[in-house]
Ligand binder design. Structure first.
Ligand code: MG
Ligand code: MG
Ligand code: MG
Length: 307
């Protein structure tokens, strides 16, 4: 028997990484490559809404990949892969982030584009291989695009994302894309969790020149939903998270209607971080227009930590 083949999204899975595991597994199977969707954790509230809305099943949770064949979707950073990644056989990557440090022993297929969402790339690959997408998966893919591009408002959003969303909406039978997006972000704005769970809901660690920098992202319909007490609790928890072996722990709190983000930073290099992001030290640092961790937060920090 050959090894099990998994399509696996990143740690602290978001909607894009869970749906792209499902959608890319579908494309692979249609191409005659037997593969199964997997996730490195349970769905967050936004993803739960999407799965229930389109009656899709959450992928199996997998945290060890020893002896398995894997396709990575929505990342290529080791820090976001399972701890035993080196004991798996990497077959492919579908991603829209900065190129990471996951590597392979043999040639792989790689579909990497600077689009707003991995599911836009999955749609492109499906079209390339003439694979049709069922309505339920198309609905999930549409939501992943709406989520990752923050309703097409993020600077990461491209014409390819808008075109894929329109095509997928047609397949899924969605007539009011905006209404679906708002309903989804309402589900995402669920704050009934511990400060730690809120920070880790969409959290990524990065290796920046040997320094571990952890960045959480929380996208809300309005930052007015965050009480002063909760803000304080989030900041206190960031200090704890930083103390767990990180140089920096930060949270990017995005107001999707006002189109900007507040950032909270606990860091050994606070000045470097704030300067890189163009922020002046204050209680709530508001960065107008900042909607994307991968495009507006990670690159300036990577650059600043190089020096
Ligand atoms: Mg993601
Ligand atoms: Mg993504
Ligand atoms: Mg995101």
């Amino acid at each position: 028997m050959s090894a099990e083949t998994l399509v696996l999204g990143h740690k602290n899975p978001d909607t894009d990484s869970i749906i792209s595991a499902i959608s890319y597994a579908h494309v692979l199977n249609a191409r005659g490559i037997k593969a199964k969707a997997a996730a490195q954790g349970n769905p967050a509230p936004e993803t739960k809404f999407v799965l229930e809305h389109f009656k899709l099943q959450a992928p199996e949770v997998v945290t060890s990949v020893e002896g398995k064949e894997i396709y990575l979707v929505d990342y290529s950073d080791l820090a976001q892969a399972p701890e035993d990644f080196s004991k798996a056989k990497l077959l492919g990557i579908v991603d829209h982030h900065k190129l990471g440090d996951c590597t392979s022993d043999a040639p792989i297929e790689a579909w990497i584009q600077p689009f707003g969402c991995v599911n836009t790339i999955v749609k492109m690959v499906a079209d390339y291989y003439n694979v049709s997408i069922p309505a339920d998966i198309a609905g999930g893919m549409l939501c992943a695009i709406l989520s990752d591009t923050v309703l097409f408002k993020s600077p990461t959003c491209t014409e390819f994302d808008k075109k894929a969303a329109a095509d997928l909406a047609k397949i899924a039978g969605v007539t009011d894309i905006n209404a679906l997006g708002m309903e989804m972000f309402k589900a995402k704005s669920d704050l009934s969790a511990s400060p730690r769970d809120l920070i880790f809901r969409d959290f990524k660690d990065f290796d920046m020149n040997g320094k571990k920098v952890g960045i959480g992202a929380l996208e809300l319909i309005s930052l007015d939903m965050v009480s002063a007490d909760l803000k304080k609790a989030l900041k206190d928890e960031l200090a704890v998270i930083k103390s767990e072996g990180r140089n920096t722990a930060m949270l990017v709190l995005t107001d999707i209607m006002k189109e900007g983000s507040e950032i909270y930073v606990v860091s050994d290099d606070e000045d470097t971080v704030l300067k890189a992001l163009g922020a002046t030290k204050s209680d709530t640092m508001w960065l107008p227009g900042v909607m994307s961790r991968k495009k507006q937060v990670v690159p300036p920090l990577q650059g600043a930590f190089k020096n």
